[in-house]
Design a protein around this ligand. Structure first.
Ligand code: C2O
Ligand code: CU
Length: 466
């Protein structure tokens, strides 16, 4: 709490010319996710303490909800927050996370998208669960610049829904000139009228992935963020929801997409809407209009299958543009990131992974097996494989692979928008998405649907890279 008020004070001084808000008002900008305290003075080492703890948040004002969340245990008085503390490091840094489980059930931490040694991946194929009261020290090197996240990898449909997720930003020397950079994690929660998490899990929740009735951006309902007219902003977007795919739009503006899950693209592209499934990230640049027009981020109606179209457009956050115009800023770079396509001519193996479902029995399958029933895939280290993810079910599934990134070749023969690296990709119903994968990281790795109810009910498998 002390840290928080110091921060507010600092910002109040910095914006001293702006007297539009009453003194007691906590501006939503200042509630942005906070970085961990780095306990190690060595500039090449980021060493933090992380606890998973029971806590309380107010999703609805004045109506507290009991949650499970991460807290920065390196700060004496830090409370659990949703999202959890931000892990920030430079490429090349050594990262050490001293984790303590303060929950009443077992958990692990998975570093979604980070290329870590298999023993640090937090999946049950590579790590024993951390018991209540137990600890585990995770250690790995930051290899790739990008936006990632951490979350439990067991009982994930319950644990992540209760609030256990946090953000990771790894940076390198490549900087994009912007006035403001924001980390934005989008989620939905199912709340009862008293503001508590609604624990009543329906057949529909299990079938589609739990659909919340309240949308969140950085754990808040419709936050109001502030900017200056004419600003250029960089938004790093993550979908941490169990089952909802966001169909994002900024009415009147376009997204310039500069990066995907695995970092910057070779070339940005423009998009009117962005379909972001659970687990996926998009790195975008926004040009705020020069005429003090407010901007709203909304999610448009979208059909993920089984005729479960989400209702019309719903707002996620407001970007209020006030005050003097933003100062001039350098143009965006003309060259971005050199990226070579994976040489699929060298692929040793072509595999088909068929996704299917039993909607009455609520079981989800890959090649006919529901995890933990399963035949391991074995791949040679440094081999290239092409995986055809063949969706034979009635809804879309976001397919996620641990341990390495892949390139999307095509979806039903239509080439992908970019060569960019992905670790999670939407496989539309009745479509086949082909991925090029180089297995450069030995160990046992999971792949699964990132609709957590599906993963926990069978749509999961294991590849042994050896
Ligand atoms: Cu984000 Cu295997 O998970
Ligand atoms: Cu699924």
């Amino acid at each position: 709490m002390k840290y928080y008020s110091t921060l507010l004070l600092g910002l109040a001084v910095a914006c001293g010319d702006d007297a539009r808000e009453p003194a007691s008002h906590v501006d939503d900008d200042e509630r942005a996710p906070q970085p961990f305290v780095d306990l190690n003075p060595d500039p090449g080492v980021v060493e933090v303490r992380l606890a998973a703890s029971p806590g309380e948040v107010e999703y609805l004002a004045g109506k507290p909800a009991a949650v499970w969340a991460y807290r920065d245990a390196g700060r004496a008085d830090a409370l659990p927050t949703i999202p959890g503390p931000v892990l920030e490091a430079k490429v090349g840094d050594q990262i050490i996370v001293h984790f303590v489980n303060e929950l009443t059930e077992e958990t692990t931490i998975h570093w979604h998208g980070l290329r870590v040694p298999a023993s640090q991946d937090g999946a049950l194929v590579s790590q024993a669960p951390v018991p209540p009261g137990g600890t585990f020290d995770y250690a790995f090197t930051a290899l790739d610049a990008g936006f990632f996240w951490y979350h439990p990898h067991m009982h994930s449909d319950v644990q992540i829904e209760r609030g256990l997720y946090g953000l990771i930003v790894l940076r390198d020397a490549f900087s994009v000139p912007v006035h403001e950079e924001r980390l934005l994690v989008l989620d939905d929660v199912k709340l009862s009228a008293d503001g508590a998490l609604d624990e009543d899990t329906t057949h529909m929740d299990l079938m589609m992935g739990r659909q919340g009735n309240v949308l969140l951006a950085n754990g808040q309902v419709l936050p109001e963020l502030h900017t200056r007219p004419g600003s250029r902003e960089r938004w790093r977007l993550l979908n941490s929801a169990n089952g909802r795919t966001f169909n994002l739009s900024l009415p009147g503006l376009t997204f310039l997409v500069i990066g995907w899950d695995g970092g910057l693209l070779p070339e940005p592209y423009e998009a009117e809407t962005l379909l972001v499934a659970p687990g996926e990230r998009y790195d975008v640049v926004i040009e705020v209009p020069g005429d003090a027009q407010d901007v709203e981020l909304v999610t448009l109606s979208h059909d993920s299958g089984h005729h479960m179209t989400t209702t019309s457009s719903q707002p996620l956050l407001a970007l209020v543009s006030r005050g003097d115009a933003a100062a001039p800023i350098d143009a965006l770079p003309s060259t971005w990131r050199a990226l070579e396509p994976i040489d699929v001519a060298a692929a040793t193996t072509l595999r088909t992974l068929a996704l299917s479902e039993d909607m009455m029995g609520l079981r989800f399958f890959i090649n006919g097996f529901a995890w933990p029933e399963h035949e391991h895939i074995t791949a040679a280290t440094d081999s290239v494989e092409v995986w055809a993810i063949d969706n034979r079910s009635g809804m879309d599934h976001p397919f996620h692979l641990h341990g390495t990134f892949f390139q999307v070749l095509d979806s039903d023969g239509v080439p992908a928008d970019s060569l960019g690296w992905k670790d999670t990709v939407i496989v539309p119903r009745s479509a086949t998405v082909r991925l090029a994968i180089r297995f450069d990281n030995p160990g046992a790795w999971m792949y699964h649907c990132h609709i957590l109810e599906h993963a926990e009910r069978g749509m999961m498998g294991q590849v042994d890279v050896q």
